[in-house]
Design a protein around this ligand. Structure first.
Ligand code: ADP
Ligand code: MG
Length: 299
């Protein structure tokens, strides 16, 4: 995968996803790393022309198996999101949520079925334009030992200071940053400040939104912030993402309830699909989680 990467093109956001996935694999097992390194670059860009991405996404009977583990992560998945709409995905760990996100960014190709981006088969869409159009906030935010400003600018190399601040405000992290003595020039990591999980996630969000992506993917990236902060971030996002297709992956009802469509995944299958108001009326996984989280809140 890495070797098929064109050095002349910069896809900062996609790189963050890759780096994270590599780190995760490293943690998972050395065996996987070896398999990964020996893997032929399977994802190729075949499109000669550039693609203007609008953000309509369609999955049609998609099956996907991870080659190394032979785990079939997705089974006959079909759904569609129109550009500018919000899709939420909820389900237990291992149900296939992140895999859907990975396939939208074409980190892997499907076994069978099809994914269409703006009615074009994803394999025919210009890979570089696709990845440039996606703002990806991974589950485990990955920050560099650099300044806060550099970390945010990783999402748009030539961003102005004003753009950095706007992104930070929309990610609800600006007020934290200005409290540091060196503000946006504060170093992160070993040589600098230690950030909380929630702060890291919000910097990672600022990085994803600064490039004004057409498709924004939040992979469980609000898990470390409290529900009030989450509420603020999601409201701000709503304002800036009117024309942005947004995919929110979460195990929290509070994150997914406003979505235009919610997918409930179980073991790689969609077991429920609909809007919050409809799903809470039906017996099933969603209502169960809803009742449970309502109870937790009241306690
Ligand atoms: P979720 O995001 O809902 O927790 P995932 O999409 O990450 O679920 O995983 C779905 C299934 O695929 C799980 O069984 C998981 O172990 C497996 N899986 C996920 N990522 C990889 C990978 N990089 N290589 C092999 N198997 C994987
Ligand atoms: Mg996941």
């Amino acid at each position: 995968m890495i070797r098929s990467y064109n050095k002349n093109s910069i896809f900062p956001v996609a790189v963050v996803g890759w780096v994270t996935s590599i780190v995760q694999q490293a943690e998972a097992s050395q065996k996987r790393i070896n398999a990964f390194l020996h893997e032929k670059p399977s994802i190729q860009n075949t499109a000669k022309n550039s693609s203007e991405i609008e953000g309509n996404i369609v999955f049609k009977n998609v099956n996907f198996t991870y080659e190394d583990t032979k785990i079939q992560a997705l089974k006959n998945i079909s759904f569609s999101i129109e550009k500018g709409k919000t899709l939420a995905i909820i389900g237990n760990i291992g149900s296939g949520k992140s895999t859907i996100a990975n396939l939208i960014a074409r980190m892997y190709d499907v076994d069978s079925g099809n994914i269409f981006i703006d009615s074009i088969k994803i394999s025919d869409v210009n890979l570089y334009d696709l990845r440039k159009s996606i703002g990806f906030v991974p589950q485990d935010s990955f920050l560099f030992s650099e300044t806060i400003q550099e970390n945010i600018k990783f999402g748009k190399q030539n961003a102005t200071e004003k753009e950095v601040i706007t992104a930070a405000k929309n990610a609800y992290i600006h007020h934290n940053i200005i409290e540091f003595k060196n503000g946006y020039n504060t170093m992160i990591g070993e040589r600098g400040v230690t950030l909380s999980g929630g702060q890291k996630q919000r910097i990672s969000i600022a990085r994803a939104i600064i490039g004004k992506p057409k498709i924004l993917i939040f992979d469980d990236c609000l898990s470390a912030v409290d529900t009030e902060t989450e509420e603020i971030i999601l409201k701000r996002l709503k304002n800036i993402s009117k024309n942005v297709t947004t995919i929110i992956i979460s195990h929290r009802i509070s994150s997914v309830k406003r979505a235009d469509t919610i997918l409930v995944l179980e073991e790689g299958k969609i077991i429920q699909q609909g809007k919050h108001t409809d799903l809470i009326k039906k017996e099933g996984y969603y209502k169960q989680i809803f009742d449970q989280q309502l109870l937790e809140k009241s306690i």
